[in-house]
Design a protein around this ligand. Structure first.
Ligand SMILES: [Zn+2]
Length: 394
């Protein structure tokens, strides 16, 4: 049996070791090598080499392909002192078939001794660390994803049935800035489903009421209130600077307007609609997937248009759909998983069925077949025969 020290010496004979100076030159010339830190999470978070990827040695075999897909790529591994990275290099080379692997001699300790710079990542406060601890444990989110959520600006159009659950869960998840657009006040008939509002806030503007609920859950969240009706005159200014828009609108004219403005601004929209026991969900990601007009070149049939009059809805249905929207928001912000872009989800609550339809970009789409700069103010939100369509709904 070899001792640990003997084993290490043997491993180091079988792999290539490089000096920090060489790695430093490489990173400065931007010359194609991938630098991978194989230390533990807490070590990586303290400081790491600029631009280094993080694949802890304990997860090396399962995660390296996600970080470095090309086995012919030059990969330089490092740890604290050069021992763990030597073992990791051997694994990559001998067991996983990576062709051009090296371990950095002396690790980040020698790197720092030489006076080379390190990156000190932004850290969460102790309270944030605890608050988001369950996110930290999800590999697809982790610290990096949580930082993205904290930096994210998400705009909710409507603080009603869909906007309420989205506001509460996105606040809880740590979305840093939540914008609310709603010009309405809380009404008793809203409380059957609009759970961001409460009995004692009847008569209060919905943006103020929702802000209270958001801050009760997470005082960290910055709330931007827009107590206005969205229209052609203000939409470009209101959606400006947001990373994602959550469409909880209740009428078709504004949906078309939102679509055209979001394509011009290239902001993805997570859209949902509800009627009775049925919900629909999709993501309209400008130029990466179809837009709302690709799906609905003209408004849906009048009997499916709740915008033309008061329509009934099962109280919990906007909860289901608003939360599905929130999941899409988190995926768009963190980059985890596959969004609903290019897909339309139909949820029938009575039969408990989820149906998925493919939606393709329309090469002749009046809006997204063109460059953002070619779409004029005058054509935003314009679509055929709205008057006739609403009249038909009786
Ligand atoms: Zn389109």
């Amino acid at each position: 049996m070899a001792s640990g020290a003997e084993l290490l010496r043997k491993v180091k004979e079988q792999i290539e070791e490089v000096d920090p100076r060489e790695v430093h030159e490489l990173t400065h010339n931007g010359n194609g090598a991938v630098i991978v830190d194989v230390r533990e999470q807490h070590e990586f978070e303290q400081s790491h080499l600029p631009g280094a990827l993080h694949v802890p040695r304990a997860h090396l075999e399962t995660r390296i392909e996600g970080a470095v897909g090309d086995r012919s790529q030059r990969v330089i591994l490092y740890c604290a002192s050069g021992n763990r990275s030597a073992f990791a290099a051997q694994t990559l080379q001998d067991l996983l078939g990576y062709e051009d692997v090296a371990s950095m001699r002396g690790g980040i300790t020698l790197w720092k001794d030489r006076g080379y710079e390190v990156e000190v990542p932004r850290a969460l406060t102790a309270e944030q660390r605890e608050r988001y601890s369950r996110h930290m444990l999800v590999p697809e989110i982790g610290l990096e994803g949580q930082m993205k959520l904290l930096d994210a600006k998400v705009l909710l159009l409507g603080a009603g049935g869909l906007g309420s659950p989205a506001a509460l869960y996105l606040a809880a998840a740590g979305v840093g800035t939540i914008g609310l657009v709603d010009d309405d006040v809380v009404d008793l008939s809203n409380l059957q489903r609009q759970i961001a509002h409460t009995n004692d806030r009847i008569g209060v503007p919905k943006v103020d009421s929702a802000e209270i609920s958001i801050h009760d859950i997470n005082p960290d969240v910055k709330v931007e209130k827009h107590p206005v009706r969205l229209g052609p005159a203000n939409i470009m200014e209101i959606i400006d600077g947001y990373d994602v828009v959550v469409d909880g609108l209740d009428n078709f004219p504004t949906r078309y307007l939102l679509n055209d403005a979001s394509v011009r601004k290239q902001i993805p929209v997570v859209s949902a609609s509800i009627l009775g026991f049925e919900g629909q969900l999709s993501v309209f990601h400008p130029y990466e997937g179809p837009c709302y007009r690709c799906l609905y070149p003209t408004p849906p049939p009048a009997e499916l248009a709740p915008s033309c009059g008061a329509a009934g809805v099962l109280g919990v249905l906007p909860g289901v759909m608003g939360l599905l929207q929130s999941v899409e928001v988190i995926k768009l912000v963190t980059g985890a998983g596959e969004t609903m872009a290019g897909r339309l989800l139909l949820y029938d609550a009575l039969g408990t069925t989820f149906t998925e339809l493919k939606v393709r970009r329309d090469p002749d789409c009046p809006i997204c077949s063109r460059e953002p700069g070619e779409i004029s103010d005058e054509e935003m939100g314009v679509f055929p025969d709205y008057e006739a369509f609403c009249a038909g709904a009786g």
